[in-house]
Design a protein around this ligand. Structure first.
Ligand code: IVH
Length: 707
């Protein structure tokens, strides 16, 4: 081919492929098969590889997955049909991941007033001779959300995610009363609005009281509570959480005004909740007035703010200033310093966690801090106690970070009485009396008595029932504690001996962290659900049972590898360290942990009880990816991107079941790349450079089937 012929071939392939992308992504009406498309794409990629200078700027080889969809969506306005990026990806199992139409940038932060002055000077310099006008707003402490409105209707709500794509939480967002589903007035036809989802303080307090009374762990702060609520799968439950939202940023091509302030005021008129505390500031002194005012007034607000956001108002000026990779240069967040108070240390409790780690917690003379009464503060570990040089009865400084338990940051030595003694870390477990140990290089002491120390025994049961293990949803954390405290379930195998009569009417007095003790008892339905959940768990496959046992270092992936390699529990128990290490991903540490676990007769006895209860202790061949082929023998396959038909882990198993090897990075030894949506651009480039073929899911599955 002459250069001219190559040029024209590249041009015609580019046009043709762009046309097919349009048919596929926008019209939902492909004219050619995926295979034909990929062959053409490969042909174009090969030509471009040889003649990179001839590549056209709109080449379809330069965009992968979501980019393509996004481009077509933007060009045509067909956003709804084009937006899905994945079905159920492994980033989050539960929400669809979708690309943001406008990248969700973050803000640069500062705690210092000098840096605000620097921001101002920089801004003035870049805008000279013009002067900036600023807008000051509260910085709401919640979760960022981006809403898309078309023809005045809410069509999609996406969390920030990584800024490029996030979770589609539209159904949950629709339950928030202050978020308009239909706008009124003169709104633009198509725009995105960004805001913060938060939980008002009174809703947060009610929720935590309720959780405590049900024996559940309270949320650490309103932000966590809002995040936890927004990720719930049932919108009806989300509705009960009384979430709220403020909106503070608009993106779109036909916004009515040329500045931020007027547009958010307009947004208020269309139905959005916009904070009343947004102000324009003509100069930097007005900005400091705003900061100083809110530094104290914020404690009177019915929601949490963690700072002030300062934005250049005019859009043209914003454009001149531009963005860095992460944040706009036209805005900065000033964060409030954590408030600090002085109070007296009364005593120190040593709490044993579910993994056996001992945490010292200080009891304090109650003191008001950032709107709440503080009675306890974490002292973290022995090293922190030593570095603070904290003594009994000391006057200490307490600071509230992001968590519900504040921390002690220092001691007022001037107020120390000469007789007071340094706090000594305990030597024995306060729960079971066993001598504490400290692992080499670790800051924390822990109780080694994992089978006789109540919090650790509870921790094992909690792990066993958890979602990724036996998934016994009807038994939340509070309920397993209740069964434990009533001597019904002391170890996981006891679950399978539970009877209805033991559960129905079971009572617990709850006084955990509240002043009002409450009695709860299991009703008929609760008892039935618990038993049903336990019965269903007997269907869990061997790898989940293995993971549920809670053997140190045997996480989900290792459990899968072990199950696939050894096929059944007996073979696994009989294996010595050398044999164990023949399994994928098993090294010295895991092998030693497994042999230790199986050397303990208590574990063996429990495994036998679980086996007798009917749990799966061998792999079910029906669940295995179709085995018995060596079609991929000797092939090194890299997996990249997000898939539709199987998860990445499933593809790994499929590759292995067909004799292939899954490798993590592309080299000249790679046979092909199995690519889903959003294949990493770096991987794509390496594959192109090394001329490694890229297969899509369908091609791969067809190949596997055609044996
Ligand atoms: S403006 C392009 N305004 O703070 C800039 N953000 O730390 C868009 N936030 O990710 C953000 N209150 O989630 C803006 N009044 C406010 C805000 C605010 C809270 C959040 C937002 C952002 C984070 C940055």
């Amino acid at each position: 081919m002459t250069i001219d012929e190559i040029k024209s071939q590249i041009a015609s392939l580019t046009a043709e492929l762009n046309h097919h992308n349009h048919c596929y992504y926008v019209l939902n009406a492909p004219e050619i098969s995926d295979r034909q498309f990929d062959l053409k794409l490969q042909e174009l990629a090969d030509l471009e590889n040889w003649y990179p200078d001839l590549m056209l700027p709109n080449s379809p080889t330069q965009k992968v997955g979501s980019d393509l969809k996004q481009d077509f969506a933007q060009a045509t306005g067909k956003w709804e049909s084009a937006i899905p990026v994945t079905q159920a990806s492994d980033v989050t199992k539960d929400f669809e991941q979708v690309a943001h139409r406008f990248r969700m940038l973050s803000l640069s932060n500062t705690y210092s007033e000098e840096e605000i002055v620097e921001f101002h000077n920089r801004t003035c310099k870049l805008l000279a001779p013009e002067q900036p006008e600023y807008v000051c707003e509260l910085k709401f402490d919640g979760l960022a959300i981006s809403l898309t409105y078309r023809r005045g209707q809410l069509v999609r709500a996406v969390t920030r995610g990584d800024g490029a794509k996030g979770d589609d939480v539209t159904n949950n967002i629709r339950t928030i009363k202050t978020i308009p589903l239909q706008l009124h007035g003169d709104f633009p036809d198509d725009f995105d609005v960004r805001g913060e989802i938060f939980m008002p303080l009174n809703a947060f307090e009610t929720l935590n009281q309720q959780r405590l009374s049900e024996g559940l762990q309270p949320f650490a702060n309103p932000r966590n509570a809002a995040a936890g609520s927004l990720k719930m799968q049932n919108p009806a439950e989300v509705e009960k959480r009384r979430l709220d939202a403020f909106f503070y940023f608009l993106s779109g091509n036909d916004l009515p005004f040329d500045n931020h302030f007027d547009n958010v005021q307009a947004a208020r008129a269309w139905g959005f909740k916009v904070s009343d505390y947004i102000e324009t500031c003509r100069d930097v002194n007005a900005v400091f007035d705003y900061i100083n005012r809110w530094n104290t007034q914020r404690h009177e607000l019915p929601f949490e703010t963690d700072g002030i956001v300062i934005k250049v108002n005019n859009y043209r000026q914003q454009e001149i200033l531009g963005n860095t990779a992460k944040s706009p240069r036209w805005a900065i967040a000033y964060k409030f310093k954590a408030e600090e108070v002085e109070t007296q240390l009364l005593s120190v409790d040593f709490q044993v966690g579910r993994t056996g780690v001992v945490t010292p917690v200080a009891n304090l003379t109650p003191v008001q801090l950032s709107g709440t009464t503080v009675k306890r503060a974490s002292l973290h570990n022995a090293d922190i106690i030593r570095s603070l040089d904290i003594h009994y009865d000391d006057c200490v400084y307490v600071e509230k970070g992001g968590e519900i338990i504040p921390k002690i940051t220092g001691v007022n030595i001037l107020k120390r009485s000469p007789e007071s003694q340094p706090i000594a870390f305990i030597t024995d477990c306060p729960e079971c009396g066993t001598a504490l140990e400290r692992a080499e290089g670790e800051a924390g002491f822990y109780c080694p008595s994992e089978y006789a120390c109540p919090p650790q025994m509870k921790g094992k049961i909690e792990h066993f029932i958890s979602r990724k293990a036996m998934n016994i949803e009807s038994l939340g954390e509070g309920k397993t504690d209740m069964l434990f405290d009533n001597n019904l379930v002391k170890k996981t195998s006891d679950l399978y001996a539970l009877k209805y009569e033991q559960l129905f009417g079971l009572e617990k007095i709850i006084d955990q962290q509240t002043d009002k003790p409450r009695k709860i008892s299991f009703k008929e339905k609760t008892a039935e659900n618990i038993l049903k959940g336990i019965e269903n768990s007997k269907n869990a496959p061997f790898e989940r049972v293995l993971f549920a046992l809670g053997i140190r270092y045997v996480g989900e992936t290792v459990a899968k590898k072990l199950a696939l390699h050894f096929k059944n529990m007996t073979a696994l128990m009989d294996a010595d360290e050398e044999i164990l290490k023949q399994a994928d991903e098993v090294g010295d540490k895991i092998a030693a942990s497994l042999t230790n676990y199986f050397a303990d007769s208590r574990n063996i006895a429990m495994i036998e009880e679980l086996r007798a209860a009917g749990l799966h202790f061998e792999i079910n061949d029906d669940n295995l990816p179709q085995k018995a082929s060596d079609i991929l023998n000797g092939k090194n396959i890299v997996i990249s991107g997000v898939f539709r038909h199987h998860s990445r882990d499933e593809y790994k198993s499929i590759i292995e079941a067909h004799g292939g090897k899954n490798v993590s990075s592309i080299s000249k030894n790679t046979t092909f790349v199995l690519a889903g949506d959003n294949m990493g651009p770096a991987k794509y480039e390496t594959a192109q450079t090394l001329q490694i073929p890229i297969w899509n899911e369908e091609e791969f599955l067809k190949y596997i089937d055609n044996i």
